[in-house]
Design a binder for this molecule. Structure first.
Ligand code: DX5
Ligand code: ZN
Length: 223
């Protein structure tokens, strides 16, 4: 299959220096991230508050890396479109929060963005497999959304395997993405289960050299 994608999450970066922190993974070659993962939290859908559209608009001016916006918010049917219109590369909403995620995906596409669907660790995939073809990414959460630095939940790999099979047999254009607890100890099992895109927060921004951490994770995912 294609090359593994690495998406550092700026949730673990220094919020006073976000532009510089993104530049640390925007170099050349293997140290360059594929996407930058931006965790939007509203203190309602998850018990944490991070950043919203004004900050994303500034980040879009600060980098040419694609922004992968992960909306952990209530009422994404209302808010998600603003991120697409601003120029986010991919906008992912939670199936537990969206009232009509397929319609929302269509609206995101019309606004020029890619559209993702995310499931929390305890949310089954079965009810959504039928609609998978409407999305560009399926974001399988491997920790409870809300915070960086938590431990990987290996049980979610069953959902990754199910999605992988469906994407391959149906020749769907869907990137299987995993988010939470991805690091040197866990990335290989996720890759083996069929993940295409790996979000990593603390494993990248907790490292001394974030760019080197990106290169190392990508090499491990390909091994
Ligand atoms: C958690 C966020 C993740 C988080 C991952 O709710 O969605 O993107 O930044 O952080 P790590 O990689 O440290 O688990
Ligand atoms: Zn995330």
């Amino acid at each position: 299959s294609h090359r593994s994608l690495i998406a550092p999450s700026i949730l673990s970066a220094d919020f006073a220096r976000l532009g510089e922190e993104i530049n640390a993974v925007a170099g050349e070659g293997e140290t360059r991230a594929d996407w930058v993962h931006v965790d939007v939290m509203d203190a309602h859908f998850v018990p944490n508050l991070t950043l919203g559209l004004p900050v994303v608009k500034s980040l879009l001016k600060a980098t040419d890396l694609p922004l992968d916006c992960h909306l952990m918010i209530e009422d994404p049917d209302h808010w998600a479109i603003g991120y697409a219109e601003a120029g986010a590369y991919n906008v992912t909403v939670h199936v537990e929060a969206a009232s009509d995620p397929v319609m929302l995906a269509k609206n995101l596409h019309a606004a020029g963005a890619k559209a993702g669907l995310s499931v929390k660790p305890g949310t089954p995939l079965e009810d959504h497999l039928e609609t998978l073809k409407h999305y560009d990414t399926l974001l399988v959460m491997s920790v409870e959304p809300g915070f960086g630095g938590q431990s990987f939940i290996p049980d979610v790999l069953d959902k990754v395997r199910t999605a992988r099979r469906l994407v391959d047999t149906g020749h769907l254009n869907v990137i299987v993405e995993i988010d939470g607890g991805i690091n040197a100890d866990t990335i290989e099992q996720a890759a083996e289960a069929g993940v295409d895109c790996f979000v990593a927060g603390s494993a990248v921004y907790g490292a001394e050299d974030p760019g080197k951490a990106v290169a190392a994770l990508r090499a491990q995912a390909a091994a």
